[in-house]
Design a protein around this ligand. Sequence first.
Ligand code: UD1
Length: 408
Amino acid sequence: MGEVEISGSKNAVLPIMAAALLAEGKCEIMDVPELRDVAVMCDLLRSLGSTVSEDYEKSVVTIETKQISTNEAPYDLVKKMRASILIMGPLLAKTGYAKVPLPGGCTIGARPIDLHIKGFRTMGAEIIEGNGYVEAKAEKLVGCNVYLDSPSVGATENIMMAAVLAEGTTVIENVAKEPEIVDLANFLNKMGARIKGAGTDSIKIEGVEALSSAKHAVIPDRIETGTFMVAAAITKGNILIRNVVPDHVKSLTAKLKECGVVIAFSDDGMIVRGDINPITATDIKTLPHPGFPTDMQSQFMALLTVAEGQSTVIETVFENRFMHVKELNRMGANIKEEGNRATVPGGRTLHGAQVVATDLRAGAALVLAGMVADGTTEVSRIFHVERGYSHFVEKFRNLGAAILRIED
Ligand code: UD1
């Protein structure tokens, strides 16, 4: 049985690092994954005047911001990562002004920031939307009630980070309930914030005067966990996954069990066995947490191409998240795409091919497909995968995969 250790969560650590801007004093963040996105966030914080140290041997990043030297985020960093927008709430709360270019990141849809802006505006900020950037100004943010039209993860985080220093109480409703929201709230509360309700539909934040430094260990990455769970299923393997929070991967566990995968928990972690039963088809529909995560849709689709029977995959979170379909079809999948629905015939024999990682999770899906394909698969633009998976190639090689990173 192979073993793999899950790293800290990318989507938890990025907002937590942005939140460290709010502290008076040095924050120590532990269980930080070694990722390109984390390195970009470190550079972004440095560009604003923070002193940041990165020790990936120990998985620790420390952040201290004695003085914010500029409230404007540089475009060459923001364009590399959409999560850069998360500095907006802390900057606005701490200094009363933020200017952020419109972010880059994965090209999986329009990904507007209207809900972030709605939150800041409701708290009293003046918003200027310029050509390719957005500015927010407020002498002092004021607590208010904000209702999100949809439960955006980033908007929930940004508004929460802005509200911690606002005057009075803010209530955000119809918020995202992802575990990463809870982790961010826990970190902010350690710094002295007063946040209640994270993980439910409504979050209440009582503003405080100032926040102090804090030490925090990031939760394990549930999408990395899910990717290894699917890897065990697709390769008919038997693996032990360490550092898992079972509650965070419930929807995925349920779906994999439906497909015939045997999943058990021990003191050491989660055992995933794809070698006991045949893998059968199932239907999935992505939803905000606790529904099936959009970040696992492409990897799961790779699995369904080789499952017995026909499956349907419906993507409801992003409008353009089937870019892996074309690539999987180049490997012999024969998936039919219609709007936000994909029909996956199943039972296919995949063949090695030259394919392109169009975004982070699509890249992971192609690597999984390559593991069961005949012959060799070459996945290009692999930097997308390295944005969000720590030691991806090494971890898979340790599990027995014949995988090699070719420098270019
Ligand atoms: C976060 C995750 C990303 C994940 C996504 C959904 C991070 C760093 N990234 O991204 O991996 O795929 O959640 O689980 O945590 N939307 C609006 N207006 C807004 C904001 C969002 O319409 O102001 C829409 C988006 O276009 C998208 C949907 O809401 O269709 C979900 O986006 P959101 O939850 O905000 O995702 P991110 O925070 O960008």
